[in-house]
Write a protein that binds this ligand. Structure first.
Ligand code: NI
Length: 176
């Protein structure tokens, strides 16, 4: 397992639609393991492949893990996720993103979802998720469509965060 570099917005890969995984092989399993290691180290509760520069429909999530106790790790490895149901009830959560460090904003999403996906062996699975897990999954699946949580905020808030991100990028000597 290896740590991968997390891309910081704005970046073209973060704004692109990711491609479905066609064959779940060792390369994909290595990607999943690397993404988990990178997510735990950050630390974060979810990570999507585009955030490590890979344009594939792969995400990892763990909303259970307590960094004080490694035995609490409960990783979900999710390939080609598809949301099949959304609750009528919404929930507001202050979201952040490893690709948008130090910025947060209230996002309203359905409180519960049903999900279809492939596991790390290519086996079809279903999942009913609610509250933080449902929010986190929707946030990560957004990444596969090139959508960031700031895209759910008001234009004023979004532009303010984007301006700061661009400024920080220039200070680091990177081109946006
Ligand atoms: Ni994110």
């Amino acid at each position: 397992m290896a740590l991968r570099e997390i891309l910081i917005a704005p970046h073209p890969v973060l704004q692109a639609v990711a491609k479905p995984v066609e064959v779940v092989d060792d390369q994909i399993r290595t990607l999943l393991d690397d993404m988990l290691e990178t997510m735990y180290q950050a630390p974060g509760i979810g990570l999507a492949a585009p955030q490590v520069g890979v344009g594939l429909r792969v995400i990892v999530v763990d909303v259970v893990y307590d960094p004080q106790d490694p035995s609490t790790r409960a990783p979900l490895k999710i390939i080609n996720p598809e949301i099949v149901s959304l609750s009528d009830e919404d929930m507001t959560y202050s979201e952040g993103c490893l690709s948008i460090p130090e910025h947060y904003g209230d996002v309203v999403r359905p409180r519960a979802i049903g999900l279809k996906y492939l596991d790390e062996f290519g086996t079809p699975k279903t999942l009913e998720a609610e509250d933080l897990l449902a929010i986190c999954l929707q946030h990560e699946i957004d990444h596969l469509e090139g959508i960031l949580f700031i895209d759910h905020l008001s234009n004023i808030k979004r532009n303010m965060i984007m301006r700061k991100l661009l400024k920080e990028k220039k200070l680091r000597g990177e081109f946006a």
